[in-house]
Design a protein around this ligand. Structure first.
Ligand code: ADP
Ligand code: MG
Length: 298
């Protein structure tokens, strides 16, 4: 466990430019996350949320800057040392990333693979203790009854809860979640977000979760870090924010502006459709009127 004064994650001047990209995906990002903090990375699509999360566990190599996760300098690690660090950091994805054709239990068990040697096929190839642990996590996420069902028969919300159970198999100290509810309906989203918070509290996890919805970020996170075009434009605790400060957050990540733009596009399209229908109708009316006018009186 990490000392509570030492950050769980310390990012200093992180810059990332993907090969061939004209603009950096991240530039000058510095961020310190304390153990047990629940942080939302808030930003529009393309603002750099996934890129930032993927640097925390060494899935990306920075172009500039340093990342220290759980006291380890991520960029310096290779091979077994990097795998060991990744084992302490759970990751949840937008698209769940389960193996659809195998059982829910087996999906959860794969989360414990780092502790085993060699590939495993079938539930019985896992040690009994791991199977019991996996069933315990499935019970915790409310899906014990689904253990022997094929993963692809579950709803999206259930699949994401399976992915949470799978991440718990590593006994992670940090949980990274990349837009974990972007593919879910509002009800399942609420359940999954609540579950992440409960589990984080039970296990004193540090959580960094990316989201693109300001409302959800405000109601869920203790702290919001806003990204825009690869830069940190906001870093604030959510408790006691005034209405003005909330509006400021909307403005900074430009959510409202872009949503309005998208809505306007839709409206313009709808208007065009109505207009063209209107024109067709008036053309029809004219033709009808002409036909009537040309008709011989009875
Ligand atoms: P977000 O998760 O907020 O939508 P990303 O981190 O995925 O943002 O992307 C940030 C920027 O980096 C975008 O301009 C995106 O197109 C670019 N990008 C992301 N991943 C790659 C990649 N593997 N190769 C090249 N460009 C990438
Ligand atoms: Mg993303």
């Amino acid at each position: 466990m990490t000392n509570s004064d030492t950050p769980a994650v310390q990012i200093t001047d992180l810059g990332k430019t993907y090969p061939g990209a004209a603009e950096p995906a991240l530039s000058g990002v510095s961020l310190s996350v304390l153990p047990g903090e629940i942080v939302v990375l808030l930003g529009l699509s393309g603002s750099g949320k996934s890129t930032l999360l993927r640097h925390v566990n060494g899935l990306e190599t920075p172009s500039e800057g340093d990342i220290v996760s759980l006291g380890e300098s991520v960029n310096a690690l290779r091979g077994q040392a990097l795998r060991a660090l990744r084992g302490r950091i759970g990751f949840i994805f937008q698209q769940f990333e389960l193996v659809g054709a195998v059982t829910v239990l087996e999906n959860v068990l794969t989360g414990g693979l780092a502790t085993l040697r060699g590939p495993r096929v079938g539930i019985l190839s896992y040690p009994r203790a791991l199977r019991e642990k996996a069933l315990g996590h499935l019970d915790r996420v409310g899906l014990l009854d689904f253990a022997y069902k094929r993963a692809d028969t579950l709803s999206g919300g259930q699949q994401q809860r399976v992915a949470i159970a799978r991440a718990l198999m590593q006994d992670p100290e940090i949980l990274l979640a990349d837009e974990p509810v972007a593919s879910l309906d509002p009800e399942s989203s609420g359940q999954v977000m609540a579950l992440i918070r409960e589990i984080a509290a039970e296990r004193s996890l540090t959580v960094i979760c990316s989201l693109h919805q300001v409302d959800l970020a405000l109601s869920w996170g203790d702290r919001i870090v806003g990204l825009r075009a690869g830069k940190v434009v906001l870093d604030t605790h959510t408790e006691g924010l005034s209405r003005e400060e909330v509006m400021e957050i909307y403005g900074r990540v430009a959510t409202t502006t872009s949503e309005i733009a998208a809505l306007e596009d839709e409206l313009a399209e709808a208007r065009e459709q109505v207009l063209s229908r209107e024109m067709q109708r008036s053309a029809t009316r004219e033709r009808l009127a002409e036909d009537f006018a040309n008709e011989e009186p009875a």
